[in-house]
Design a protein around this ligand. Structure first.
Ligand code: SF4
Length: 485
């Protein structure tokens, strides 16, 4: 069997941008270098997909052992079907140079049913396109499908027993046959365009635009944007819709932006600041900062949102506090959750107790803290009133930017903590430290928690997380200090 040219992921890449597909296949050396955070996200594993197999237990997994064995999996799938196997995991099909691997294929009285598993809580348009491609390849390669369903995570599921997920409740199965059958002609046409592009000598001439970010951030950004202005991305006050509109109109540079007619006074104010290279701080913020009580707490914290619930009563993707640090002029401390569900209530209670006694709290992202605290209150209703009191006294530096209280030229639109520190404090934060982002701290916590006997006071990983969270608090205080001057 000849080797395939497109797979599900490369087809979706081409669906987003034909140039991205071409570069991926023909000029992969131009790809951006992955950051440690991106690498950490890729390493998150396939636990949700593996768990979904339990909905239909007893199947045979035909995943290839290596990329060179995809065609072997196609043959094995055909053989298993012919032999009367009724449940196949990673069932692999190829048609017209496109190869797809379906998570679960099941034979019932109705015929063959296809299930594709997604680890998210909502179905996106991209999932429908992906399902439509699979339907196209499977049915054209000779297997009739009675139904095709997308399987995704039920965000209202609550874990009833630690370590024991009820997969029938955890997953939602949604039949999407009608929607994806309606897309078949479009899929056939698109496969032809993608295959055609890959026969060309040069990459297609495609301008940058919102497709560089949606549905996924393109990994050839550095190459395509090398000679393009990125000033548009320095206006955090623009809404996503406004930014997308300007992107698609190729209004990217200061020159073009200043000629635009604005309906967003704050974005216009940020643009003027960017043009004159002069930061601004409102009088209101100056008053807030000059009257901050001396024992104000500067808080750093790390939380996780695990797809698979962990402690009894948890929901999928529920925010769970893992570590926090706060500094005042009197104290400085950092604590880490032990990872044992029985200890969580005491850990959270301690956190609330510490914060309730401080007059004001400054964090980088108030919205993130508020979301975490609200979920804690839902889990521990006895803490609700104290949590409300805490939320009422929190200031968020990121929210000050978004509300127009201050702006430094060059702040990036997504206001990632590290970038904001870099711009305002002129430092490379966390340089030389073992951890430099929340996702790395969360991954380290998970690894530590999955191993046994690692959770002792001398553990290096534990120290690394505590040092990381302590630095978040320190940098938050430094940001507030710069704004005070
Ligand atoms: S950066 Fe944009 S234009 Fe360039 S390949 Fe990616 S999506 Fe296409």
């Amino acid at each position: 069997m000849e080797k395939h040219i497109l797979s599900k992921s490369t087809f979706i890449k081409g669906h987003q941008c034909l140039k991205a597909l071409y570069l991926h296949k023909k000029r992969s050396f131009l790809r951006d270098k992955l950051s440690p955070e991106q690498l950490a996200k890729f390493k998150r594993g396939h636990k949700v997909g593996d768990m979904a197999q339990e909905i239909f237990p007893g199947g045979i997994d035909v995943s290839p052992k290596s990329p060179s064995q995809y065609q072997k999996s196609v043959i094995q799938t055909q053989e298993l079907i012919a032999e009367g196997q009724t449940i196949i995991y990673e069932a692999t099909f190829q048609y017209n140079k496109v190869l797809v691997m379906l998570d679960i294929l099941v034979k019932t009285e109705k015929g063959w049913e296809a299930y594709e598993v997604k680890s998210s809580r909502r179905l996106s348009e991209t999932y429908f396109t992906d399902a439509a491609l699979q339907y196209y390849v499977i049915t054209n390669s000779g297997l009739d499908l009675a139904t095709f369903s997308l399987v995704y995570v039920n965000e209202n599921y609550r874990l009833q027993e630690e370590g024991n997920i009820d997969v029938d409740q955890y997953f939602i199965k949604q039949e999407v046959s009608a929607e994806i059958i309606a897309k078949q002609a479009e899929i056939a046409e698109e496969i032809e365009s993608e295959l055609q592009i890959l026969t060309e000598l040069h990459s297609p001439k495609i301008e940058v635009g919102s497709h560089c970010f949606f549905p996924y951030s393109c990994d050839f950004f550095g190459f395509c944007w090398k000679k393009r202005s990125t000033d548009l991305f320095k206006l955090p006050a623009l809404s996503k819709a406004e930014r997308t509109d300007l992107l698609n109109k190729q209004i990217l540079s200061l020159e073009d932006l200043r000629n635009e007619k604005w309906n967003n006074p704050l974005a216009e104010k940020q643009l003027n600041s960017l043009i004159t290279n002069e930061p601004f701080i409102s009088n209101n913020l100056k008053v807030i900062l000059s009257t901050l009580p001396v024992d104000t707490a500067y808080l750093g914290f790390v939380s996780r949102q695990a797809a698979i619930p962990y402690c009894m009563g948890d929901k999928p993707y529920q925010n769970q506090l893992l570590s926090y640090s706060f500094i005042t002029d009197q104290t400085k401390q950092a604590l880490l959750f032990s990872g044992k569900c029985d200890d969580y209530a005491a850990f959270v209670e301690h956190f609330i107790q510490e914060l309730i006694s401080t007059p004001k709290i400054v964090v980088y992202d108030k919205e993130h803290l508020t979301e975490l605290l609200k979920q804690v209150a839902e889990f521990f209703p006895a803490l609700s009133s104290r949590i409300e009191q805490i939320i009422a006294k929190v200031w968020g530096i990121k929210q000050w930017i978004l509300e127009g209280e201050f702006y430094f030229p060059g702040l990036k639109y997504d206001l990632i903590f590290k970038d904001t520190l870099n711009r305002i404090l002129n430092i490379t934060p966390f340089a030389g430290k073992p951890l430099s982002a929340d996702v790395l701290a969360v991954n380290m916590f998970v690894q530590m928690n999955e191993s046994t006997n690692l959770f002792d006071a001398t553990n290096e990983d534990k120290k690394a997380i505590l040092t990381y969270v302590e630095h978040i608090a320190i940098y938050t205080q430094e940001l507030a200090n710069v704004l005070k001057q």
